[in-house]
Design a protein. Sequence first.
Length: 285
Amino acid sequence: MLTNKKIGFIGGGNMAEAIVKGLLSASFISARNIIVSEPSKSKREALQKDYKVKVTADNLELVKKCEIVVLAVKPQILNSVLHDIRSLVDSDKLIISVAAGVPISIIDGVLSGNENKKFNVVRTMPNTPALVQEGVTAIASGKHVSKKAIKIVHRIFEAVGLTVDVEEGHLDAVTGLSGSGPAYIFMIIEALSDAGVKMGLSREVANTLTLQTILGSAKLAQETGKHPGQLKDMVTSPAGTTIAGLHALEDGGIRTTIMNAVEEATLRSRELGDNALIANMRENK
C-alpha cells in the first residue's frame, strides 16, 4: 500500500520522528521514500543520521516530490505553511494534518484560495505514546477523500499504535480524552509513586510498582474486554484494603475531577479551532 509512495513530513519534531521511526521499524516503507522538511540544520542532520531519510529545508521541494504530505507543524504556523505550498498541491496529493484544532475547511480554503478546487485532506489526532509505538490516533477525513486514501492514512498511523475513525466534529473530544490524556495519567503515576514513598518505599521501588501496575491493568482491561467496573470488583474484597482506598478516592471526587478535566480540555480545543476560523476569515477579507 505504501511501498511505492513517497511520503513527506513538513516539520521534523517529535511526532514526525515517531511516525518515521514506526514506518521504518514496521517495514511499511523504505527510508529512500521518506523526505522530511525541517528548518533546523541540527535536526535535519540528526534525522538523516538516525533514519537514513532524505532531508531538506525547502517545503516546496518536498511537496513537488511527494504524493503524501504530512503537516506536522504547530497550529500557529500551519496557515503560513499552507500558503507557502498551495501552488504545488493538487487533487492527486494526500494531505494529512496533525495540527490540533485547525479544521479541514480552513486547510481546504487556504489551499484553494479563490478557486473552487477539491483536495484530499485528512485530519488526525495522535498522542504522545506514539513515541514508543503505543499511541492511538483518531482519523477524520474531508468529503473528497477516497476510501483508498483513508486506508493509507490508517496504515501510516498503525505504525505507531492503534487507529480509530471519527467524525471531524468529535476531534475536540478526542483531543480532550486521548490527546491530553497522557498528561492525566502521568500525574496519576506521579501521585501513586509519591504515595508509595510516603508509606516508606524507596522511590525506585515505588516507581517500578506504579508503572507495572498501570501497564498491567491497562493490558488486562484490553485483553479481557471486561467492563472496568467488573475488573475493579475482582480486586475489591468485602471490608478489605481496596474498598478502603476506593472510598478515599470517591471522597476526593476522582471521577468528577477526571471527567471535568476531559471536558475542559475539549472546550479549550474547540475554542482554539474557533479562533483559527476567525483568524482565517480576517486574513481572507
